[in-house]
Design a protein around this ligand. Structure first.
Ligand code: PMP
Ligand code: GLN
Length: 379
């Protein structure tokens, strides 16, 4: 059998969570919260299931959820979004990313991605017949050099994928980044796929610079988010894509044949959640900042060097004073011998650097974070 994705194996997240279970380790590898989704969300899901709201929704989403998403974009980013024409509810951000990529990438098109890159981008680009062009960002700051991006653009370049706040580095894009992106998009007539799944998790009072804040940039963009991150419900696989109407029409042609529609009762429950407990979203940054700071403070006496995290629920550690192993070997050692599961950074690169950096997820209960830090402090 000739594989369409010959170089791919099982995702690093499945691998490391599997090892964490096997070795009964504290799992700070795969990014998911240890705590539960809000009560209202769970109650309302049950309610709609019991009420018999169990059939297909309209393909682009339940209208009242589309409207809540548009209202949220208005409240957070002063964006004027037309719910019916521009918001499409998807089965997680993963589906939205896949569909957006299939929508715009044609055979031989090039798509610029920034490494370390979330692992779902490249396979989706390849399945569309395109080619991912990787620009490597480096520890400790993972800053984009837009001059380098400009030089990577060819006549085949079709799109740039950005991810802010950035998984795994926690970096958030600054006004100068958005300005430089906008210039390139305008000059070369490119599209933007903006992965904003951690949009509501930014630290130290820094605003999230959504593409939705910029009317002009939005005309060329697919803005993607996930309720899994926002409402501690990664297993529900609910997300959405906001795009200008002309792009949304094309996006929906593909979405309808990938899944047609997403889980109807969950869409209603999410609409209720957004309508009745919007403050959950406003409190999310503070909630996770406390966890970032707790983990960092308990690691301050360790031999790990803590890299800055401006958003997301991830913290990077430089372990060069702890071990000479490469990061994949070190993560295997860490989960098997020390009892803590982490993610090696090199797996997010096309050309892995020799940096000794691992990623920890701090979407965990405080006692879990303290326990993990105590182990790491002994290394
Ligand atoms: N993009 C990034 C950067 C992510 O971290 C994740 C979640 N791991 C996703 C997309 C996928 O989100 P979802 O679980 O909603 O498909
Ligand atoms: N986004 C999660 C992470 O970065 C993992 C999602 C998955 O397992 N596919 O850890």
């Amino acid at each position: 059998f000739e594989s369409k994705l010959p170089n791919l194996g099982v995702s690093i997240f499945s691998q490391m969570s599997g090892l964490a279970n096997e070795f009964s380790a504290i799992n700070l590898s795969q990014g998911f919260p240890e705590f539960d989704a809000p009560d209202l969300l769970k109650t309302q899901l049950n309610y709609y299931v019991q009420q018999g709201v169990n059939q297909y929704s309209p393909s682009s989403g339940v209208p009242r959820l589309q409207q809540q998403i548009a209202d949220l974009a208005k409240r957070r980013y002063a964006a004027d979004i037309n719910a019916a024409d521009q918001v499409t509810v998807t089965s997680g951000a993963t589906e939205a990313l896949f569909v957006a990529i299939q929508t715009i990438v044609r055979p031989s098109d090039e798509v610029i991605v920034f490494d370390p890159a979330y692992d779902s981008y490249q396979p989706a680009i390849e399945l569309a017949g395109g080619k991912s062009v990787h620009i490597a960002l480096s520890a400790p700051n993972y800053t984009i050099d837009w001059q380098v991006v400009s030089q990577a653009i060819t006549k085949n370049t079709r799109a740039i994928i950005i991810n802010t706040p950035h998984n795994p580095s926690g970096k958030i894009l600054q006004p100068q980044d958005i300005k430089a992106l906008k210039e390139l998009v305008g000059t070369h007539n490119l599209y933007v796929i903006s992965d904003e799944v951690y949009e509501h998790i930014t630290f130290d009072q820094q605003p999230h610079l959504s593409v939705l804040r910029d009317d002009e940039l939005f005309t060329q963009s697919f803005v993607i988010s996930s309720f899994g991150k926002t409402f501690h419900s990664t297993g529900w696989k609910m997300g959405y894509c906001i795009a200008p109407a002309d792009l949304a029409v094309e996006f929906r042609k593909i979405h309808q044949y990938v899944t047609f529609s997403s889980f109807t009762p969950a869409q209603h429950a999410l609409a209720d959640m957004l309508e009745q407990q919007g403050e959950h979203i406003d409190e999310l940054s503070g909630f996770y900042q406390q966890k970032r700071d707790l983990l960092a403070s308990h690691l301050s006496n360790s031999r790990f060097k803590i890299l800055p995290s401006q958003g997301t629920y991830f913290l990077l550690l430089d372990y060069s004073d702890v071990s000479d192993l490469n990061d994949v070997e070190f993560c295997h050692w860490l989960v098997e011998q020390a009892g803590v599961a982490a993610i090696p950074l090199s797996v997010f690169y096309q050309n892995p650097p020799t940096d000794k950096v691992i990623r920890l997820c701090f979407a965990k209960n405080d006692n879990t974070l303290i326990e993990a830090a105590q182990i790491l402090c002994q290394l």
